[in-house]
Design a protein around this ligand. Sequence first.
Ligand code: GDP
Ligand code: GDP
Length: 436
Amino acid sequence: MLPIIALVGRPNVGKSTLFNRLTRSRDALVADLPGLTRDRKYGEGRIGDRPYRVIDTGGLSGAEAGIDALMAQQSWQAVEEADAVIFLVEARSGVTPIDQQIAERLRRTHKPVYLAVNKVDGADPDTAVAEFYALGLGQAFPLSAVHGHGVHDLIEPVLEALPEAAEATADKAADDSIRIALVGRPNVGKSTLLNRILGEERVVAFDQPGTTRDSILVPFERDGQAYTLIDTAGVRRRSRIDAAVEKFSVIKALQAMEAAHVVILVLDAHDGITDQDATLAGLAADSGRALVIAVNKWDGLETDARDRIKAEVDRRLPFVSFAEFFYISALHGTNVGHLFEAVQRCYASATAKFSTPELTRMLEAAVYAHQPPLVRGRRIKLRYAHQGGHNPPLIVIHGNQTQAIPDAYKRYLVNYFRTQLQLVGTPIRLEFRTGE
Ligand code: GDP
Ligand code: GDP
C-alpha cells in the first residue's frame, strides 16, 4: 500500500498545480478509457524509488455550508487517513484568517504537516516565507508550483519521514489466492454479500481489530478456489454501532483496489448510478484492476428495470465498458455463484501470459486488416509486440512514428487484442516504443 500525502489549503493557492507536478510520472498509456474526463483528485507519483499517493483535498474556505460542508468533511477525513499533509498557503496574500483556522486544526491532528508557501515566483524566498512562521507549523518551504521551483526541496523531507511503503498487504496475501476488493458506497449491500459468501459464523470468527492503515485480509474458499478478501473498506463491521457511524472512505476503497487482483463494485439497483458510484468506478478504472460490476437488490424489481440500469451504466460509466456485469441479490443469493465464475475469468485474463511471437502475429494481422494512417506522407510502422506486464495486461508495441498514432487507432488495437486474446473484465494497456 502506498503512503498517502494529502494537499490542503484554501481555494486557488495552487493545490492542483502541485498535484499535477507530483503525479506526472505515470507513463503507461491507458488507451481504452474513453469518457474518463473526471477531475483528478487522487494520483500516484514516484520520486526516485519512493512511490506515493497524493490526494488533492479540494479547497477549504472556512465557512463551508451545504455541499461545501460535505466536501470539507471529506477533506478532513482525507487528512485523518493520510501519512503526511502538505499545507499550501500563498506568498502574495500573506497569512489570512482561513489559513490560521486550517493551521490550528492541523496542529490538533498530530500528523506531520509541511507548510509550503506557494507563488514565491521571483521573490526572495526567505523574505517570502518569513511571516508564515507565525502559523506555528515550523519550517516554511518556499514554492513556485507553476514553475516547479522548490518542489524537490519540499517533497524530499516529506518522503523521508513517510512510513516505508507498507507492502504488508501484498506480502501477507502473497499466496495463490485471488485477492478481491469489494467496494461500493454505504448501503448497497456489501456486508450482506460478504455474509452470504462466508456464512455468518465465519465472519465473526475472522473478526479482529484493525486500524485505519491496516487492511484486514479475510481468506475463504469457494468451489475449490482460494480467495482473499481485502477489507479496508469496513465491509465487515464489528457491531451495528460501527455500521451507523461508517463513513464513506474513498481512500480505503483505493487501498483495497490497489492490493487486489479483481474489484467487485457493488451498485444498488434501486438508486441508479450516483456520483459516489461514478467516482468509485473511475478509481477502479484508474487502478487497472479487473472489474466486476454487481448490481445488487435485484429481487423484487421489474424485468424492464434491467435494461434501464444497464443502459445507465453504459451511458454514465463508459470508461469501465470492459467490466463484467451482473444482477444479483445478496439477500437471497441469486446469481452470486455466477459472480464468482466471473471473478475467476477476470483473474485469468488479468494475469494471463502471452509470448512475443503470438502478440506479434496478432499485431501483424491487426495492421493487415486496418492500416495505421499516413503521417506527413509516411506510414506509421508497427513491427512487433511483447508483453510488458500483467494485472492489467500491458502490451508493448515497437515501431516507428508511434507517437503520431491517433487515439482511434489505439482503441482499434486494444479491441483487436481483447477479442483475439479473449480477455474479459480487465483493462488492457498499450505502450508504444519508437525504435531504430
Ligand atoms: P487550487 O485551487 O488550490 O487547486 O489552485 P490551482 O492549482 O488551481 O491554482 C490556482 C491559480 O494559481 C492557477 O491560475 C495557477 O496557475 C496559479 N498558480 C499555481 N502555482 C503558482 C505559482 O507558483 N506561481 C504563480 N504565479 N501562480 C501559480
Ligand atoms: P453495505 O453498507 O454496503 O455493507 O450494505 P449492507 O449489506 O449493510 O446492506 C444495506 C441494506 O440493504 C440492508 O438493509 C440489507 O438488508 C439490504 N440489502 C442488501 N442486499 C440486498 C438485496 O439483495 N436485496 C434487498 N432487497 N435488500 C438488500
